[in-house]
Design a protein around this ligand. Sequence first.
Ligand SMILES: [Zn+2]
Length: 315
Amino acid sequence: MGGALGVFQEYTRSVLTMFFSTRRTFLRTAAAGAVASRAFAQAAKIDTTPLGDNLHMLTGAGANILAFTGADGVTLVDGGLAQNAAALAQAVTALPKSGPVRTLFNTHWHPEQTGSNATLGAAGVAIIAHENTRLWLQQNITWPWNHQTFKKFPKAAQPNKTFYDKGALDSGIRYGYISDAAHTDGDLYVYFPQQNILAVGDAAYGQGWPVVDWWTGGWIGGIVGGLQRIQSVANKDTKIVPAQGPLLTYADLALQLDMYGTIYDRLNQMMNKGRGPTEGVAAKPAKEYEAKMGNADEFIRRSFESLWAYLSPDA
Ligand SMILES: [Zn+2]
């Protein structure tokens, strides 16, 4: 036990060191980022791709967004970044058989998913999310690894129809909790049975290494469990829509499951030998995947930290 506590203290110290040494750099970067996102807002162009009957994917607002144009209004899966909410609303209005937005899903609390909550919530739209997503949006959040801050949402912008397990809409759309905490502890999927399309937010990635947001519950073991759960909702012909990158097939999920399972095992073994995140990164446990996936250092560090966060009693 003393060993584990020592390791945790070392970890806490390293987080604090990171906090103080990067704070000044962070503020400069944040100022530059604000300028960049204003430039991006002016250039925001939303592209529309048909995915099946009355179902379109909209890209360019910060995340992949699904829009179902039903007889009784539009259902959206995720809302993009706030600075792109107006451009997104225009693109939704321009869809064939469009109408007023009635329902918005938040696949998790991140800004790429919740940027239309303020306008749509004020317009009386039902915002469906897992209860944990609502709880995160009710508080200010600071990520310890880069000190990025997220302001809590006013009541009108918070999800107003939360659930714990699963549910369905009159249109036949089904949704449910991805309880493994692949990305956060509030991940949900939305399944369109008629089109055989499954939206999974950031519980699966279409390109690059995932962000492991262990501060709000995500962890490397949850990535593995989440992929298995997504497979259990899907079938071999289902197209899976991640929040980022191109659509995935069932076979893509199987490959990802194999890769993340391998990496998870390696990190677990290192942790059981008392190694820390820096040693984990140095050991290159994702080496054979990097040619295709890109440098994994950031992902491995967050994943290792996520093991500690998951296993520490007050996480
Ligand atoms: Zn996310």
